[in-house]
Ligand binder design. Structure first.
Ligand code: NAD
Length: 455
């Protein structure tokens, strides 16, 4: 049986969309400004709520939940006019005097499903795209980050035009299943590969286009030709940011055997520098989202030899940064996405072994390589596939709105950020403006040689 509440929301949003209210540029500006106002006026409350859910340090919250959203919304406000303007394109000679154009049409009513790990960012950035594109939307916030979900639900209802948007944060798996029973004009899902498959199958029934921002296991290759101190700093930072609960986080390392000991020593030193002697007492280190995930992560300690960390406190959702060598390749540590501060390390002697290891697995969302060797960089780039690649750095590609952010193969479908978010929520509709003064059909049939391509 269909969920009557969702049915009512779906139908109401569609009716509103058909009034053309959301197509108006002034409305889009007002809603983009409302997002900006929501975030700027409530920074402290947002920080408190995210801290309650994930124990993230203030700096992390500011960078990932506030600053990125403000940059994206400012970008959309500055460029909305140029992004949404129709483009006039070349018309072949047999079209003349007709003209050809591309209209950036809204898609209609979008469904956005966001996860708990960056509960503000991953909800609002897609919403910015839906607004800029001129759509209505239902935004489903995660209930796992309950404090943030509750706060965002209240704020969104206060700041946004609730005729055109609907919000929910309480529903779980059943609610999402119910949502997928209805026709949406685009589904933007951020979550795991498994649920991504369910969303894709449900969307197929209505031929609904999807953006699937998924996860997976991101490899990080560490060559011997590197600045070890710097590499260790970035690896520890990339792994410990949000306690490893980051879709582009480093899932496992492939390390040149000759530098393993040195890398481990440097990583231990960096951890001390970042978090002090007692990591658990550090205010710079986040917590795991729930007891269930803390327990799951602590069980991974048994899938190899722990060489750094290995501490867990289920009651306080604490998992220390834990590095594990000689991981069992058939165990969950190496077959499932870790999504926590546990880092398995595999050694190799020849770069081909590392490449083959990656080739034999699903395309990751991001592939990291630490190497000064240009030949190795080229070799890794041309022999692998992934949503994105970073040489000698971690995570930062997410923050550049000029780069597409999305997966490849199992790690997702589609990409967003910057103008691409606008493109995701619009349809490039072809429009030919014919003339009533000239019979072009006669011209075309009588002068077939006049069909030419653009010069
Ligand atoms: P999830 O896929 O487990 O859950 C997503 C939503 O689906 C939740 O609201 C959940 O209640 C619901 N759900 C669970 N089982 C379902 C079912 N059988 N049918 C219908 N709905 C169901 O993901 P999550 O725990 O919210 O987030 C973590 C995952 O998200 C990780 O895999 C991570 O890599 C990924 N992620 C990806 C990105 C990205 O941008 N690519 C960003 C953040 C997180």
């Amino acid at each position: 049986m269909v969920n009557p509440n969702i049915q009512r929301i779906n139908q109401t949003l569609r009716k509103v969309f058909l009034t053309n209210k959301t197509r108006k540029i002034d409305w889009r500006y007002s809603q983009l400004k409302a997002v900006k106002k929501l975030v700027t006026e409530n920074k402290d409350e947002i920080t408190k709520a995210v801290k309650k859910d994930l124990g993230k340090p203030d700096f992390e919250i500011h960078q990932s939940e506030i600053a990125i959203i403000l940059a994206e919304v400012d970008d959309a406000i500055s460029n909305l006019e140029s992004w949404s303007k129709p483009e006039k394109v070349y018309s072949p000679i047999h079209f003349k005097p007709s003209t050809s154009h591309i209209i950036k049409d809204p898609l209609g009513v979008a469904l956005i499903i966001s996860p708990w790990n960056y509960p503000v960012n991953l909800a609002l950035v897609p919403l910015i795209g839906a607004i800029a594109g001129g759509n209505c939307a239902l935004l489903k916030l995660s209930r796992h980050s309950a404090s943030t979900g509750e706060l965002m639900f209240r704020l969104l209802n206060k700041y946004m035009d609730t005729d055109c948007f609907s919000f929910d944060y309480e529903g779980g798996a059943q609610y999402i299943t119910d949502l997928l029973e209805f026709k949406w004009d685009h589904i933007f899902f951020t979550g795991s590969v498994n649920v991504g498959r369910i969303v894709y199958q449900a969307a197929a029934k209505f031929l609904t286009p999807v953006t699937l921002e998924l996860g997976g296991k991101n490899p990080c290759i560490v060559d011997k030709n590197i600045n070890m101190k710097l590499a260790a700093k970035k690896i520890v930072w990339g792994k410990c940011w949000n306690a490893g609960q980051t879709c582009i986080g480093l899932d496992y390392l492939l390390v040149h055997k000759s530098v393993l000991d040195e890398l481990l020593e440097e990583c231990k030193a960096v951890m001390k520098e970042f978090f002090g002697e007692d990591i658990k007492a550090s205010t710079s280190y986040a917590r795991v989202i729930s007891k269930q995930h803390t327990e799951r992560l602590s069980k991974l300690f048994n899938n190899g030899k722990v060489v750094i960390g290995g501490d867990a406190d289920i009651e306080t959702n604490y998992i220390s940064p834990t590095f594990i060598v000689e991981p069992d390749l058939e165990s969950p540590l190496m077959t499932e996405e870790i999504f926590g501060p546990v880092l398995p390390i595999i050694t190799y002697e020849n770069i081909d072994e590392a490449i083959e290891f990656i080739q034999g697995r699903a395309n990751p969302l991001t592939l990291y390589l630490f190497s000064r060797d240009q030949a190795i960089q080229d070799r890794v780039l041309e022999s692998t596939q992934s949503g994105s690649v970073m040489f000698n750095d971690v995570l930062l590609h997410f923050t550049n709105p000029h780069l597409p952010f999305g997966g490849s193969g199992d790690s997702g479908i589609g990409a967003y950020h910057g103008k691409l978010t606008f493109d995701t929520f619009t349809h490039r509709r072809a429009l030919v403006k014919g003339t009533t003064n000239k019979d072009t059909s006669t011209t075309t049939t009588t002068t077939s040689t006049s069909i030419s391509s653009p010069k």
